[in-house]
Design a protein around this ligand. Structure first.
Ligand code: ACO
Length: 464
């Protein structure tokens, strides 16, 4: 870039075209020039800033990674202000209109849309890897009848690594490919087994004649019929939901997959870490909370009082707001269109009327407008899952199935990135230093206060 001076209208000041940051350390008076690359500075550039020779150097502190890019990625693009979501550059709206989940999974993993031959081969591979080893079935049988299906999924995805030990050869492209195929193929089988285990129903084996979502519906809901015939409208709605949930750049579970995978563990173990992160209520569990909220509101007449409570901060409007989207979540707009199609098959759920009215009133209200609070992906997805007859425990599992392709795409990118090192953050140490060990007879008894505040590390021996 030319080294000329130019005025910046937006910043109001004078800036040079130089892609650097000048930093003066007021502790020492020293000045440094730090490179700005892709709108970021390297945290390591601050390490040279020291107050003395034996000083460790300056670190960046960012406990929730709210302003730290942890990688370069070309998988998923989000512009939260504009409400834009793209996979590999393709707008989510076009993918939902014109593609299907397995094609999107290929796109996420390999970076380009497949040709007809490539897609046929991909679908054939996935379809022919949906069976799981019979021992996995026994493993699922070992869980309590009421085990949470997400806990069962987490354990069985991790257990797959023991059935495919060669997957730890992560430098072998063929092994990497097969691990991806196996996980995308088997996760729906594991999810359906977990569901049927809870109900005490026999497991249904995959049916290769059916589509990816159609086969899932069969494994979930087939009873005595010789052949399960999924309703095409439900198949399509599920396929669209899965496209929408396939990836969302560096969210909590993807960060878990990358972090664990950076130790060069096999991909099954890395993806199991993603399932664990998604299990948490702050990540995968919001759609359940939306349904509970709609149940409590009970009728459209109660909406004004409910919104008043939200504005008084007595509670939250679940399914509204997003850390990244400060505009309508594009996924919510697409899901909303498919809700009616699903209800055509399953019968109308009165909660939809409450949800639609609630959305309308909130979007007309200054409180939500000023805070840029719009419906997110979870506002309507729970209604679809409930209409499909799924218990709320299964909602997060329904998220994990499609997110598997995103986790794999991000894991593949991470292991092939020459900048990847084992993820190992620093800390600001706040504990004691250089204490001399005390023999047990000489230790003072200190009891932790009930609040845990100012807790000591000493255990009260009388309470043992
Ligand atoms: N209902 C009412 N008020 C809200 C809501 C909400 N759902 N979300 C945010 N606000 C308010 C906050 O109270 C705050 O108000 P203030 O400025 O008066 O203090 C303001 O809007 C800004 O909110 P933040 O908390 O700063 O937003 P943040 O980005 O930290 O939170 C989050 C995002 C966690 C998603 C939040 O909007 C929320 O809790 N929403 C409800 C839960 C939900 O639907 N989660 C699903 C997200 S999508 C997904 O994970 C797949």
């Amino acid at each position: 870039m030319a080294e000329e001076q130019r005025h910046r209208e937006d910043g109001g000041g004078v800036a040079t075209a130089k892609e650097t940051l000048s930093v003066t350390d007021n502790r020492t008076g020293e000045s440094y020039e730090v490179e700005v690359d892709d709108g970021t500075v390297r945290a390591m550039a601050f390490r040279q800033m020291k107050v003395s020779d034996d000083d460790f150097g300056l670190m960046a502190y960012d406990p929730a990674f709210t302003n730290t890019a942890s990688c370069r990625s070309s998988v998923c693009f989000i512009d939260g202000e504009a409400g834009v979501l793209e996979y590999r550059g393709y707008p989510i709206e076009q993918l939902c209109e014109q593609s299907n989940y397995l094609e999107v999974a290929y796109l996420l993993i390999y970076g380009e849309l497949p040709t007809r031959d490539q897609l046929d081969e991909w679908v054939f591979e996935i379809t022919h890897h949906t069976y799981v080893h019979e021992n996995i079935k026994k493993f699922v049988e070992g869980f309590r009848y009421d085990a949470h299906p997400m806990g069962m999924l987490l354990a069985t995805v991790g257990a797959l690594s023991t059935f495919y030990p060669a997957a730890n050869r992560i430098d072998d492209p063929e092994e990497r490919h097969m691990a991806g195929v196996r996980m995308i193929a088997k996760v729906p089988t594991l999810a359906a087994f977990a569901y049927r285990h809870n109900l005490g129903l026999p497991y249904v084996y995959p049916d290769n004649d059916l589509s990816y979502p159609g086969n899932f519906l069969s494994m979930m809901f087939k009873m005595t019929e010789v052949k399960y015939q999924p309703d095409p409208r439900l198949e399509r709605a599920l396929d669209v939901l899965w496209i929408l949930h396939a990836d969302h750049e560096q969210n909590c579970s993807t960060n878990a997959v990358r972090g664990v995978g950076s130790s060069r563990v096999d991909p099954y173990s890395a993806v199991a870490a993603g399932v664990a992160a998604l299990y948490g209520p702050l990540h995968g569990g919001a759609n359940e909370a939306v349904l509970r909220m709609l149940d409590r509101i009970e009728s459209a007449d109660n909406i004004p009082a409910f919104l008043e409570g939200v504005k008084k901060k007595d509670e939250k409007l679940m399914g509204f707001g997003h850390r990244v989207y400060k505009n309508y979540d594009p996924r919510a707009r697409i899901i909303k269109k498919h809700v009616d199609e699903v209800f055509e098959v399953t019968g109308r759920n009165p909660k939809l009327d409450i949800a639609v009215e609630l959305e309308k009133r909130a979007l007309d209200d200054d409180y939500f407008v000023e805070r840029k609070l719009y419906p997110n992906v979870d506002f309507y997805s729970g209604l679809i899952y409930e209409a499909l007859g799924l218990p709320t425990d299964m909602f997060t599992v329904m998220f994990a199935i499609p997110r598997t392709s995103g986790w794999i795409a991000q894991w593949l990118e991470m292991v092939q990135d020459t900048e990847t090192k084992i993820a190992r953050p620093r800390q600001i140490y706040t504990g004691e230093r250089e204490r001399d060990f005390q023999p047990i007879e000489e230790r003072e008894q200190r009891v932790d206060p009930p609040t845990g505040e100012a807790a000591t590390s000493t255990i009260d021996p009388t309470k043992r």
